[in-house]
Design a protein around this ligand. Sequence first.
Ligand code: FES
Length: 263
Amino acid sequence: MTKQRIVITDGAYVVEGGIPLYQNAVGKSEDELCLEHRRMRQIPTGKGDYLLCRCGRSKTMPFCDYRHMTESPKFEGPETASRASYRERAQVYEGNGLKMYDDGRCAFVRLCHYDNKSVWNMSGTFDGEMKQEQINAAWHCPSGRLVVEDAETGVVYEPEYEPSIIVLEDVGLNCSGPLFVRGGVELVGQDGFVYETQNRYALCRCGKSMNKPFCDAMHHHEEAFDDGAIFHDGCVPSREEWRSGADSAGKLDESFKKNARDV
Ligand code: FES
């Protein structure tokens, strides 16, 4: 079987190895204390490799339709992100018996907040009360910005994900979000450089990021460019539907990944 990986080209992302593709909306939880994912659907990709747009011009989102080269000027998407390792780039916050790493790579999906507290506020409580919420909030971060580990043992808390790609829709802000890549999918640059493998990362698909190939939240300046229907009232699934189809990933359970090499 072909290795599962994403290869960056001067246009699209080439997705190899049959990585499943989903579409999630991001919206308020039932108790309205935080935002959460709502699974919309699995997107058929056919057999074999497929191309995902990274220029933001495609009319067949999330797939590439070659407008990156047929529209003038030709898309240029140089990879400007640091290639230093996550641990080299990250700051460390301590509290709640946790060490929380933060590399500042933000997609502004806002899942790192709970009940008006951010993970940074939670980290500062030092009383353990917010420990679970802090872990959950860090896990929900699609950009992989936040990673938490046990301060004493060094065990890294990470959710187990099947290798998959999620097209994010920020319904609350009426914009289409990044590609949320999960499960340690290898990412290869245009020059063949293999990025550090991370359990979670967010790829730019609006073409505007200043930190390509990763999302830096510039999509918030754009109108939604995916299927507009999902942004209309009544077309977003009810909360019941959301919960019944909700992605279980991110819930705190015993499936901690203990191998720090994967984060
Ligand atoms: S990358 Fe090909 S149309 Fe956007």
